[in-house]
Design a binder for this molecule. Sequence first.
Ligand SMILES: Nc1ncnc2c1ncn2[C@@H]1O[C@H](COP(=O)(O)OP(=O)(O)OP(=O)(O)O)[C@@H](O)[C@H]1O
Ligand SMILES: [Mg+2]
Length: 506
Amino acid sequence: MTNFSELNISESTLRSVKRMGFEEATPIQEGTIKFALEGRDILGQAQTGTGKTAAFGIPLIEKIDPKNPNIQALVIAPTRELAIQVSEELYKIGYDKRVKLLSVYGGQEIGRQIRALKNRPQIIVGTPGRIIDHINRRTLKLEDVQTLVLDEADEMLNMGFIDDINSILENVPSNRQTLLFSATMPPAIRKIAETFMQEPEIVKIKAKELTVDNIEQFFVKAQEREKFDILCRVINVHQPELAIIFGRTKRRVDELTQALNLRGYNAEGIHGDLSQAKRISVLRQFKENQIDILVATDVAARGLDISGVTHVYNFDIPQDPESYVHRIGRTGRAGKSGIAITFVTPREMSYLRIVEETTKKRMTPLKPPTTSEALVGQQQQSVENLVELVQSAELSDYRLLAEELLESYNAVDLIAAALKSVTREPDATPVTITEERPLPMRRERGSHQGRSGGGRNDRNRRNDRGGNRDRGRGGDRNRTSSSSSDRNRDRRREGSGSRRPRRRED
Ligand SMILES: Nc1ncnc2c1ncn2[C@@H]1O[C@H](COP(=O)(O)OP(=O)(O)OP(=O)(O)O)[C@@H](O)[C@H]1O
Ligand SMILES: [Mg+2]
C-alpha cells in the first residue's frame, strides 16, 4: 500500500485525508489518483467498499480552483441517499481547501436548492432527474465544468438512465475530464462507457472474484411460502448486529417490515414511495443503531456506506448479478467481514447459477435452521446480555431482591427463569406476505455464455423500454411541479406489486 503523501497531492487535501482516518491509499486510490491528476479520463473498477469515492474525490478536489466561483465539477449518482453520502465525503476531503459544494436531488424542495445555487457552489453532486430539472429551469450553469463523475457508472448508463445522462452531457463542455466508477462493469455497458470518454485509462483492480473475500456467501433454497419463517429462524441463529434485508418490490418491503415488527424485531423499511424526509430519517436511525434491521428495495443497494452492517439477506434473489454484487457489498466494507444469505426458490435456481458465474464465487448451501436451533440462538443472546450486565452494570438496587429469592429458590432455577423471561422465544405470530411471482425462467443465457452474450440482449430490451418511457416523459420535462415526476421516477426504478422491477430514481 502507498502512503497518500507519495501521491502528489496538496497539503490541504493530505490534512483532510488524515483527519478522515485514512493512513494508506487503497489499491483503487493508488491506481487512479496519479492518472486523474494528469487529467486523464478514467474507468475505475474495484470491489465494493474499497474506497472508490475518495479515488475520484481526491483528484476532483485537487482540481478545483478556489478563486473560480463557477461550477467546476459535476458528480452524478443514481440515488438520493448516495448523492448525499458522496457530497458528505467530498465535503470532508475538500474541508481544508474550503471548496463550496451542493447536493441536488429529488424530493427536496426545489426553491431551497435554487436559493442555495445562488451561493455559487463549485461542485454539484446530484441525481440525474433533478439535475435535468435545474438545467431546464436554467438554474444550473455547467459551461465551466471541468470534471464529470458518474458514480455507479454501469447503473447510470443502464436502462432508462442513459437518456438522462445524454441530456446532461449536452450541457457540459466536451473537453471535460470524465471519471466513471463502479464495482461492476458488464461488457456491453463498458462499451457505452468508453464512448463517453477520450482514451480512458482503465483502472481495474484485479481480484479473483467480483465480490470481496471477506463476505461469506450462503444460499437457502426454499419455497416462496416458507421463506419468511426461515428468515426469522436464520436471524435468531445469526443474531446480526445490523442487518439489511433486500426485497424485490416496495410492497414486499412494506409487508416484510410489518411482519418482522409483529414478530418482535426492530425493523424499518426504505423505498421510493416514502417521503424523502422519511427515507433520510430511517437511514439515520439505522446508522445510529436505533433500528436493527433495514428492509430495502434496490434503492439502497448501491454505494451506501453504513459501518457495522454485519449481515445482508436477499429475501428475493435479485434479477441481475450486478444487483447481487452491490447488495451484498453493503457488508464487508473497508476490510471488515460480513455474511450474505440469499433465498432462492427451486424455480429460480438458474438465477443463482448466473450470479455465481458472474461473481466467480460459489455460495454455500445453508440448511434452514430448526425451531430449536433458533431458540438456542435467542438463548445465547440472552446469556450474552446477562453476562454483560453482570460485568458492567450497577446492580446494587437488585441485590437485596436476589438474596431474598435465593433463600426460597434454587440458584439454577432462578437463573433459568430469569433467562426465560428475557429470551424472545421463536414466535409464530401469523403474518401476511403476499407471494411474489418467481422470476421468469431463463433460457437464453447459457452457462458457457457468461455475461456478454446475454448482457447485450438485455440491454437492447432495456433500451427499448427506456425509449418508450422517454417519449412518455416529454411532458415531465416542461412541468413546473417536480414532485409528481419524482415519484414516477422512483416507481420506474423499483416497480410495484409483482411486476418486474424497474430500476430508476431521480
Ligand atoms: N484509504 C482509506 N483508508 C481507510 N479507509 C478508507 C480509505 N478509503 C476509503 N475508506 C473508507 O472505506 C469505506 C468504503 O469506501 P467507499 O464508500 O468509497 O467504497 P466504494 O468502493 O465506493 O464502495 P461501493 O462499491 O459500495 O460504492 C468508507 O467508509 C471510507 O471512508
Ligand atoms: Mg461507491
